[in-house]
Ligand binder design. Sequence first.
Ligand SMILES: Cc1cc2nc3c(=O)[nH]c(=O)nc-3n(C[C@H](O)[C@H](O)[C@H](O)COP(=O)(O)O)c2cc1C
Ligand code: SF4
Length: 490
Amino acid sequence: MKTRHTLPSGEWPTRAEAAASRLFSPITLGPITLAQRTWVPAMVPWRASADGEVTPQVLAWYRRFAEGRPGALVVEATGVRDVPSGPLLRIGADRFVPGLRRLVETVREASGGQTRLLIQIIDFLRIRRRPEKAKFFQRFLELTDRHREALSASDGDEGWLAASEHRVRERLTELEDSVLEGILNSRELEAYAFGARERVGDVEESHIRELPQVLPGIFGAAARRAREAGFDGVELHYAHAYTMASFLSRLNSRTDGYGGSREQRVRLPLEVYESVRRAVGSDWVVGARFLGDEVIDGGSRVDDACFFGVEFARARFDFLSLSKGGKFEDAKQPRVGEAAYPYTGPSGHECMPTVHMAAPGPFGRQAPLTAAIRRAVREAGFQTPVVIAGGICGFTQAEALIAEGAADIVAAARQSLADPDWFRKMQLGRGEEIRRCKFTNYCEALDQRHLEVTCQLWDRRPLVDPNELLSRDHKRRLVAPAWSDPQPSP
Ligand SMILES: Cc1cc2nc3c(=O)[nH]c(=O)nc-3n(C[C@H](O)[C@H](O)[C@H](O)COP(=O)(O)O)c2cc1C
Ligand code: SF4
């Protein structure tokens, strides 16, 4: 049954308790040490330029998180290819390095050098917006004899078999969806009702067939650029709805040695890792984010994730960051002109859980998954740190997750968005001043519409300062308001 879950205890530590806590103790991440086990995971804020470059708004976004001095901050999913992808950051060519270097310098300066900076690097396949019906049937549908035969069978008129293409397209445009369901195949129906979406199994397309040959080099070059820009490491994006997660998925039925069994599904992710390692060397952080459970019919489950976690640890990934769900397969139908968004269906709700989720609610919801994966990795003899995310917003809660072995590092996305200073406030014994996330996903709704992501809590105070950065509609603050009375760092 769905209820509105209440926030976990707001019992905050004194400064001394924080200093003695697990959360604020250091941890080694391959060649580096995090000063504390706090982590801001990747969040796309829709602030890059149309060419994927770092903008002043991007710098302001990361500066604000850095002021809270988390142990690690992960820059949003950044595209590894040199292809247009709207206002999403890119790292697919050397020309992106100077902008990214400015981002690194900004974070170093704002955190007093205390926050380690990683960048999440991603590849994704093409997804089209849901087309207008007429446009789909007039322009996009590849008309074949199969459509003519199905049309003829649907109304008993054999004339369709020889009718002009124009006439057939006109007729298809007129038909009700219930009739079209008997005429179009499942991929065509998806392209019509959701927008066409490429899959890693579309091996008849050469650019998809050749993914295993091209992706290791592309990821390797992107990681080399990240190192040149001065980042402390990369997080390979093997989670959610994107290319690498699709290779790991149980739904990956490629028969070229890169699909089917777990061993074959993990092959490309390992080859990408090896290429990245060759490009950056062994003295730089390389980790991955992947799914503890895909939460879709026929998708990977926690036993797959345990297997992948052990393989990644064996390969010497420096950390394993877990997420859950966030898939296209169960996404809601988008409106005409919009693209499907992988966080709208049941799997998406698991990825960014709200207070309206079914029991046990959103807070630390992924703990059973991360605990199982961490246990499997430890039992295989590896000490690779595991990062948990999902509804983490309290000190007692975070301490318990580490103490109980659910994770080694605690990531908070939305709580850090609501209050980027929240780790620092806890550490200074000023937890009462934390602005607590409501977990109702106003921010996620903005992300869904590709609007600049902000938090509803930032605008409780009226906008008066003319120097504050505002959203394009001039109604919202683009960064969290300053903490009015920060104390010197401990
Ligand atoms: C606005 C927004 C953008 C996000 N972008 C990314 C992303 O680029 N890469 C990623 O792996 N996860 C992304 N996430 C998921 C978060 O990193 C995190 O896993 C999720 O929000 C659950 O953690 P939380 O409960 O602490 O928010 C995003 C989440 C939000 C709210
Ligand atoms: S908009 Fe809502 S869910 Fe998002 S960070 Fe702010 S309070 Fe949390």
